[in-house]
Design a protein. Structure first.
Length: 259
């Protein structure tokens, strides 16, 4: 996502509030075929995981088989996939990196959803930042992670449990930065075509730079988990993850699974 000059201050503030890199990307756009070849800086592999370049997904599009790192790259969104969005992969110097730590253990799954490195069960992760060209100010973090199918299901269960336990809010830290999240509320379900399970919630991120409402949606397809986080740099209205973005992401996952 390329921020305009008038948005730079808000951009940096929101990056600090959200403790994330996926949405806080640099101005480097993906070109044609940008998700092919060597993984860009938006790709991570879980510590200790073997470099995985073989075929995942199984025969006949078996969604229960974890996708490999190259397959996640092929499934990740690019600018040519979405009308009205610019997709970027490069990290911004304003953004922290890693997995946030929640001050309350039951809330850790919610903190994980806001970092560029999800919980340690993820085998591989790719991150993208999306900026709307039609709704200026709307920024979306999108990521894909591969798990064992059992772990992917446990992740979704953990999110549901965290939402039930953390309605009063929680705080999180990353790279020495801190933010608090209040008004944690389950959101009206977003129907995502091709997903097996979907969990969504809203919260207000608060830090030294102010406050920003956030909308998050997590979708599981077999052993693959897609995370989406939306915020508005302009602060004009409560942000929402567009259904078209989530639908397209799951459609690309299905294409890669099909081989």
């Amino acid at each position: 996502m390329r921020a305009k000059t008038g948005q730079i201050t808000a951009f940096g503030a929101v990056c600090a509030l959200l403790l994330t890199t996926a949405a806080c990307t640099s101005g480097d756009d993906e070109g044609p075929g940008g998700s092919q070849g060597a993984p860009p800086s938006g790709t991570s592999t879980a510590p200790g995981a073997a470099t995985d370049t073989g075929k995942g997904g199984g025969n006949g599009g078996d969604a229960s088989v974890p996708l490999t790192a190259p397959e996640l790259e092929r499934a990740a969104l690019t600018t040519k996939d979405l009308t009205g969005f610019q997709v970027s992969t490069g990290k911004s110097a304003l953004a922290a990196s890693g997995q946030p730590t929640a001050d309350k253990a039951p809330c850790q799954p919610l903190a994980d959803a806001m970092g560029d490195e999800p919980d340690g069960r993820a085998r591989h992760t790719v991150n993208r930042g999306l900026g709307s060209l039609d709704d200026l100010g709307l920024a979306i973090s999108a990521s894909l992670s591969s798990y064992s199918e059992t772990d992917a299901k446990k992740l979704m269960d953990g999110l549901e449990a965290a939402l039930a336990a953390c309605g009063d809010g929680f705080a999180a830290t990353l790279d020495g930065r801190g933010a608090s999240y209040r008004e944690v509320r389950a959101a009206a379900p977003l129907t995502v075509r091709g997903g097996d399970e979907t969990v969504g919630w809203t919260t207000v991120a608060t830090g030294e730079h102010g406050a920003s409402p956030v909308h998050l949606v997590v979708v599981r397809k077999g052993a693959t988990v897609a995370r989406f986080m939306a915020f508005d740099l302009a602060g004009r209205k409560p942000p929402r993850v567009p259904g078209a973005v989530a639908d397209k992401q799951l459609a690309k996952v299905a294409q890669v699974l099909a081989g």
